[in-house]
Design a protein around this ligand. Structure first.
Ligand SMILES: Nc1ncnc2c1ncn2[C@@H]1O[C@H](COP(=O)(O)OP(=O)(O)OP(=O)(O)O)[C@@H](O)[C@H]1O
Ligand SMILES: [Mg+2]
Length: 485
């Protein structure tokens, strides 16, 4: 279907064409010229020469009288060039399309081939390609293996997308178990709908074994552990044979008792206080982590509900240990290849070098760098891309951007979205819920509308209106009217 012809000023990276009046052309369609140069329409400019010169706009009343919109208005489309389609191969574009060459829209069937979309049985369908409104069948292995990031502001549809992905992986029986770091308890429903395939694990039931009783972990849990206290702790631990936290505390109590008044005694007492307060957090225990990870061996996916973690320190400590165990066990082949989804990733993969997220940053960086080799793949989900660790971000080969409006976040996204144009960036704040630009998955970036997850799997996301309604519908309305003003 011919939609226009190339006009002047084209080059090998982009060209413009005059859009025929009767043509149906939408932004982000793929078009091709007579000579085979193809690309994506990145924007369409509405033009009118009579109304373009600011000097004569003062006479607009007069101009409008003579203007015939069907004659004087016209549209110019701008196209980002991707290549030259020669029979079935795609070559680099060495000469720009000539002005006057006709332009047509690439049919969906042609485009599917160009994008590398295929119809294999284990493909998953997560939404539709815009503006073609055609199902996007993707190879799940291709998505997962590359590590992917889902970045967007709150309420843009990140968790919904993850739910759609998990549902597809489960229903197509893709044998890659998933471990979801579920910070706000949004994925609990999976264990209800697919009890044989998902288990929901409250994070307080994950206990760290005594092998993790060391100054690094204690330092994470008690941020004010001084160097001297760390040193004393390591020294004591080297003398004891794999103690429990109770045994360690008893031992230090005994040391305090035996020691003379002075600096060393004060350090021991301070260390003791820290350990006692850590003990009250109830994070150490002899059972917990091992048997949970063992579930993966039979292909069961784990949703770790961190919404019960009392503070970010417990969250980051347990998450770090869990990640470390997953990585080590996967390296030893004790668990199958696994997909790890990190929700609210700015908490665990932050760009800040604060002490509490240092350990999770380190292990996540390692997984991001080396995980693919061992079959441990990452899905990083965050509403604050700006605060994400850059080394980790650089390893995410597939980037999914839903709506983002914060200028800092947009700037950051610009720096990592290699395949995207300035026009693409400019459209990110205008995306609707569930709409996204997907970069790095297929040969060219795509605009996609993800489908909604099944009702029974959706998170209990509530906007303020719902929250207010829910709160008051459960309470006696007369309460307000009875207040004596
Ligand atoms: N693909 C979609 N199509 C239509 N509506 C959607 C889509 N995805 C999300 N929404 C709407 O947006 C709401 C919020 O979605 P979701 O919980 O996935 O956002 P989020 O990005 O995870 O937000 P937060 O950062 O607050 O967790 C959903 O309840 C739904 O109403
Ligand atoms: Mg969410």
């Amino acid at each position: 279907m011919e939609v226009g012809f190339v006009i002047s000023d084209s080059n090998t990276r982009e060209f413009r064409f005059l859009v025929r009046r009767d043509a149906r052309l939408d932004n982000n369609m793929f078009v091709i010229t007579d000579s085979g140069v193809f690309g994506r329409v990145v924007d369409i400019d509405g033009m009118n020469n009579l109304l373009s010169d600011s000097d004569i706009l003062v006479y607009y009343d007069e101009i409008l009288k003579y203007m015939v919109p069907s004659r004087d208005n016209y549209n110019i489309a701008r196209v980002k060039v991707y290549g030259n389609l020669k029979s079935s191969s795609v070559d680099r574009v060495n000469t720009p399309p000539y002005p006057g060459e006709s332009v047509r829209v690439l049919e969906w069937n042609e485009l599917r081939g160009l994008l590398g979309l295929s119809d294999s049985d284990d493909n998953i369908v997560i939404g539709k390609v815009l503006p073609y409104n055609q199902d996007i069948h993707i190879d799940p292995y291709r998505l997962i293996e590359k590590h992917f990031g889902v970045l967007a502001m709150s309420g843009a549809g990140k968790s919904n997308l993850i739910s759609v992905l998990l549902q597809e992986l489960t229903e197509r029986d893709i044998k890659i178990p998933v471990v979801v770091f579920d910070i706000h308890n949004e994925y609990y429903n999976f264990s209800q709908v697919y009890p044989r395939k998902f288990t929901s694990i409250p994070s307080h039931t994950i206990k760290l074994s005594r092998t993790y009783l060391n100054s690094d972990i204690i330092g994470l849990l008690a941020d004010d552990l001084t160097e001297v206290q760390s040193y004393i702790l390591d020294d004591i631990l080297s003398k004891l044979d794999n103690p429990s936290i109770d045994q360690l505390i008893d031992y230090i109590k005994h040391m305090v008792h035996e020691s003379k008044e002075g600096q060393h005694r004060r350090s021991l007492q301070a260390l003791l206080r820290r350990l006692q307060s850590i003990k009250s957090l109830d994070v150490f225990g002899d059972i917990g982590l091992e048997d949970k990870i063992a579930l993966l061996r039979n292909g069961k996916s784990l949703v770790i509900d961190f919404s019960d973690a009392h503070n970010d320190r417990i969250l980051t400590t347990k998450a770090s240990v869990l990640l470390k165990e997953l990585f080590e066990r996967r390296k030893r082949g004790e668990i199958p290849p696994v997909l790890v989804i990190i929700e609210e990733a700015h908490l665990l993969a932050s760009s800040e070098t604060n002490r509490e997220s240092r350990m999770s940053q380190m292990i996540l960086t390692r997984i991001a760098r080396e995980g693919r080799k061992f079959g441990i793949c990452l899905g990083i989900v965050s509403q604050r891309p700006y605060y994400l660790n850059q080394t980790i971000m650089a390893q995410l080969n597939v980037q999914i951007f839903l709506r983002i409006v914060n200028p800092y976040d947009i700037d950051y996204v610009r720096s990592i979205g290699e395949q995207l144009t300035d026009d693409d960036m400019a459209s990110i704040p205008n995306l609707l819920p569930g709409e996204a630009i997907v970069s790095g998955l297929l040969k060219y970036p795509l605009f996609v509308k993800f489908r909604l997850a099944d009702q029974r799997l959706r998170s209990n996301y509530q906007n303020l209106r719902d929250m207010v309604k829910n709160y008051w519908s459960n309470r006696d309305q007369r309460y307000i009217s009875n207040i004596d003003l």
